[in-house]
Design a protein around this ligand. Structure first.
Ligand code: GLC
Length: 737
């Protein structure tokens, strides 16, 4: 007999439902109100501004700020680099640092490390905590994150970005931006678009198909704008199809502002603006860093000579450019202020707090990728009588200094050596540099000063005397390494490290390598080391994070956000000669097209040294009972992939279940498989959990160049489920009707 609820209970439930609905409406209404009354306020301000005042809102007044309108109480906008932390204060009108003593900050790990965590929640914590520091430093715009796709292992700035896969980058960039902007600070996603190398970055013209543009290079920007609601975006230096991307008819006006509905501000890169008419008519809103005397340096009162300054004013007065063009820019820069420094009740931010250090450490330990661990070389037990030799310049070299505009002045930076010494209190920890790189200023590398032979002799002597050797090497933030402004010029490790590793392993085979890089490198020495971890550039807490993993306090769970090709020519961008990289006569053709990274390796059947999505653990996991919820799906459905994950080892740990999708019989060329879903699951030893990963069918669409639109093909698809792009546990078949 059906039980009927007592009358008073029904009333109660109804009242609760009604109140929730009104709360939800109020919430939406209040958000809409905020948006509505922001637009209303902008409408009231616009007619009160003079033409000169409006034009002045659209270009720099100093290296990192733009004018306000003091007469009306409209504040200036202050910007600061960068993606991993708030850069030290720079002088008003030069690139020199201002020498402040209150601008030391928390250096968070480089974004490749964040990408390697495969953890969107952590990306949100990263953005929020970094945003707190930017807010405290009174910055209205944080010039990050960077989401240019990792196309070549030579790109000097790959360490600043989120790897080679557009889905991974899109999934992590959204919570990062939301986190930053919760502080009332605008994120400025960059560099829009196709700035995938540093070599000739300010002139190179990129030629790439519409398909690769939409399927590989734009998705992370689209997610940043449409899902992350980024309030700013930065144009790039390079050209695309012959036009500068900072003021590009197709990219900026059509795709970004019209199709994607971007309502924020387009900010140029520093000195990436090249034309008043294009800047005005192709959607540039704020011009920064232009060198007006042609030499890139500044002259007296040169801000009035900017493309969007006097020349713009003249064309407005002559009627060559309509004031409506100017008013759209002014609306956007005012909207930026109502979202930031003209927003009531903005939080106050905070600096160098224990929470910030904890988040920096957590991203670092979760991002470290264990690549090799023969004979359980790692973790290393801290015990009396054990002598550990730590060899390599990267054990002590600062990795927050250098690298270009993302460089930082941290309040502290725990080096790998300091971290290891702090954690290994019972063992004896010894260090020698082993090799030395030259000091590098922006674009000059000075030769090493110490005698390289004596450094090597010292290293071999120390290695011989130790029980275990930790080699801490890799690249660094010098010019022609992992640094802005130019690219690497060799795929192998520099500074004689390859020979040194061989010499060390000849005297002590109990050798592990802690590799600090932002890029893939050749590993001819791989069989000479027992253990290998990719340890990125980890910021302030680097040494503690490295020691956490080396000691086993933390079980590594990082997965590679980009492939490690065995040889450079195994990489898609380097398989077509100079026309593809770095370009010929300042034009380059992305001939690998959509087959970037693992897409190239899988489809061309070229096994990488280490694959995208790969990373070991100190424990072991099983993926089983993998199934889709249905066989057939309509185009607007969601595919639900279920999988049971068990921790079959004897240590708690985390695994990343990855879902790739392919279509072997497609009417167009496709990569064998593409990442379309993932989830990170933490399991105690012996524990099992069931996870479900949802993939919307529309995510299987390809970009149809004839229609200039996305198209979902009907028919069969392969669903690959595994814990690395080259370690698939099960392949399912589903059909789209
Ligand atoms: C640099 C970089 C950009 C940075 C800007 C300000 O050239 O390309 O990422 O935000 O200029 O330093």
């Amino acid at each position: 007999m059906k039980k009927i609820l007592p009358f008073h209970l029904i009333i109660g439930i109804v009242l609760i439902l009604v109140s929730c609905q009104t709360k939800k409406e109020n919430a939406t209404r209040s958000t809409t109100n905020t948006n509505q009354n922001i637009e209303a306020k902008i409408d009231s301000i616009l007619p009160r501004l003079t033409l000169e005042e409006k034009v002045d809102l659209c270009h720099a007044q100093s290296k990192f700020s733009t004018k306000g309108v003091a007469r009306l109480g409209i504040p200036e906008i202050w910007m600061s680099d960068g993606p991993h932390g708030v850069r030290a204060e720079i002088s008003w009108d030069s690139w020199d640092y201002a020498g402040w003593t209150n601008d030391s900050i928390t250096a968070f790990p480089a974004l490749t490390c964040l990408a390697a965590t495969f953890n969107p929640d952590l990306a949100g914590d990263y953005g929020f905590n970094l945003g707190e520091e930017a807010r405290y430093r009174k910055k209205d715009v944080l010039l990050g994150p960077g989401v240019n796709i990792y196309r070549t292992p030579f790109n000097g700035r790959n360490f600043e970005y989120l790897g080679e896969d557009p889905f991974l980058a899109s999934t992590l960039v959204v919570p990062y931006i939301k986190g930053v902007q919760k502080n009332g600070v605008a994120a400025c996603v960059k560099h829009f678009a196709l700035n995938n190398q540093e070599h000739w970055r300010d002139v190179v013209n990129v030629e790439v198909s519409d398909r690769a543009l939409h399927e590989i290079y734009l998705p992370a920007f689209k997610a940043a704008v449409q899902k992350g609601n980024s309030w700013a975006i930065m144009g790039a230096y390079n050209k695309f199809r012959g036009q500068y991307t900072t003021h590009h008819k197709l990219l900026t006006n059509k795709i970004l502002k019209s199709e994607w509905g971007f309502d924020g501000v387009v900010i140029s890169d520093w000195s990436s603006t090249h034309s008043t008419l294009e800047a005005a008519n192709n959607g540039l809103d704020i011009e920064m860093g232009t060198g007006t005397d042609g030499l890139g340096t500044t002259t007296e009162n040169h801000y009035q000579h900017y493309y969007l300054a006097n020349p713009f004013l003249e064309k407005l007065k002559s009627g060559e450019i309509s004031e409506a063009v100017l008013n759209d820019k002014v609306r956007r820069v005012l909207r930026l202020r109502f979202r930031t420094n003209m927003k009531a009740n903005r939080p106050l931010g905070s600096l160098n707090t224990p929470e910030h250090h904890e988040v920096a450490r957590k991203v670092a330990t979760e991002g470290i990728v264990l690549l090799k661990n023969d004979d359980n070389f790692f973790p290393i037990e801290d015990k009396a009588g054990l002598t550990i030799a730590v060899i390599g310049e990267n054990a002590t070299r600062s990795m927050t200094a250098g690298g270009g505009s993302s460089e930082l002045k941290p309040q502290f930076e725990i080096s790998p050596l300091e971290g290891i010494k702090a954690r290994f209190k019972n063992a004896k920890v010894l260090h020698t540099m082993g090799y030395e790189t030259g000091v590098s200023e922006y674009d000059v590398v000075h030769p090493p000063t110490l005698n390289q032979d004596s450094l090597k002799t010292e290293a071999i002597k120390l290695a011989k005397s130790a029980d275990v050797v930790l080699f801490v090497g890799g690249l660094n933030k010098s010019h022609l390494q992992d640094s802005e402004g130019d690219d690497r010029q060799q795929y192998g490790l520099p500074f004689g490290q390859e020979a040194l590793i061989n010499d060390i392993s000849n005297v002590n085979e109990n050798l592990g390598f802690i590799l600090l890089t932002g890029n893939a490198v050749a590993m001819p020495w791989l069989d000479r080391v027992k253990g290998l971890m990719e340890s990125w550039y980890l910021g302030s807490m680097a040494g503690h994070a490295i020691a956490d993993v080396v000691s086993g306090d933390v079980n590594p769970s990082g997965k590679l956000p980009f492939s490690f090709p065995k040889a450079l020519e195994d990489n898609g961008a380097h398989a077509f000669g100079e026309t593809s990289y770095p370009g010929v006569d300042m034009t380059q053709h992305y001939k690998e097209d959509i087959l970037v990274g693992y897409r190239w390796h899988d489809t061309k059947n070229i096994a990488p040294l280490y694959a995208f999505g790969f990373g070991l653990s100190y424990t072991a996991f099983e993926l089983e009972n993998i199934a889709s919820d249905k066989e057939n799906y309509t185009k607007n459905a969601h595919i639900k992939i279920k999988c049971d994950v068990s921790n079959t080892g004897n240590l708690a740990g985390a695994e990343v279940v990855q879902v790739y999708v392919g279509k072997k019989d497609s009417k167009v060329d496709r990569a064998l498989k593409e990442l379309k879903g993932f989830t990170k699951v933490t399991l105690d030893k012996g524990e099992q959990k069931s996870v479900t990963i949802e993939v919307p069918v529309e995510a299987l669409a390809f970009y149809n160049e004839e229609k200039s639109d996305w198209e979902i093909e009907t028919g069969d698809y392969q669903i690959y489920v595994g814990n690395a792009s080259n370690n698939i546990s099960e392949t399912l078949k589903i059909t789209v009707k």
